[in-house]
Design a protein around this ligand. Structure first.
Ligand code: SAM
Length: 228
């Protein structure tokens, strides 16, 4: 199980071997969110919607373990058939089936680093969500790339967010708030706009490069009300 001292090594290794999906902005941004749910004692699981080969899932496990959150489960979801057909709001960037991975790759990656593997839920989001989601979510990372995928994930996850929990949408490019954001997958922001309404309630996170992260924080319970 990695300690805080091992995180820099893991970071370097992930950047070298999984730089197609994780980068020097995403890793610290996700770490910050996980440290906060630990410090604030936000109840619930961590979920990743669109896990591909499991690089970010591994980082999340390592950060949780290094911050005293060994008991917090991680659930990951993916078609393991790659991307679906794009919708009309998605660009002609990738072929269907691009980013195909195997559940075994996720498990092997965790094994390599001595980490407890996540609970893996193979299947299209429309089939696995919301039924296979944990009842309460402390942190959700949505990385499904396409309009329909993100809408399905938002509809399933938002009602399950614990008070004070955080949900990050990757590839959310709000160019007015962050002109540097990578805007290669505009269906992602369109899905958020249609879910939350405009102007969007998502907070834009900035990085040193072209990070495109939108963050939703679930409202705290009204004073005096206790979550059951
Ligand atoms: C960019 S990759 C995820 C990368 C991963 N989060 C990481 O950081 O390493 C996007 C993934 O979303 C999955 N995906 C997209 N739409 C999906 C859907 N509707 N149902 C299930 N998986 C989907 C794809 O199979 C792909 O593996």
């Amino acid at each position: 199980m990695p300690t805080a001292a091992a995180l820099p090594d893991l970071r370097e290794w992930l950047l070298e071997h999984h730089g197609d999906t994780v980068d020097a902005d995403r890793l610290p941004a996700i770490r910050t969110e996980l440290e906060r749910i630990g410090a604030d004692d936000v109840p619930g699981a961590v979920v990743e919607l669109g896990c591909y080969q499991g690089a970010m899932a591994l980082w999340m496990r390592a950060v949780l373990d290094a911050t005293g959150q060994q008991q917090r489960p991680i659930h990951v979801y993916d078609s393991f058939q790659g991307l679906p057909e794009r919708g009309e709001k998605d660009p002609e960037l990738f072929e269907p089936g691009f980013l195909r991975a195997e559940p075994q790759q996720v498990l092997a990656l965790h094994d390599r680093w001595g980490c407890t593997p996540p609970v893996v839920h193979p299947g299209w989001f429309a089939e696995t969500l919301p039924g296979q989601l944990p009842d309460q979510i402390a942190f959700a990372y949505l990385d499904g790339d396409y309009y329909d995928s993100i809408r399905t994930c938002l509809a399933a996850c938002i009602p399950r967010m614990a008070p004070g929990g955080a949900l990050i949408v990757d590839d959310y490019a709000d160019l007015r708030a962050n002109p540097r954001a990578w805007n290669g997958l505009p269906g992602v922001k369109a899905a958020c706009d249609d879910h939350f309404g405009t102007p969007s309630t998502l907070e834009v996170l900035m990085g040193a490069g072209d990070l495109a992260f939108g963050r939703y924080i679930a409202p705290a319970l009204p004073a005096g009300r206790v979550e059951r």
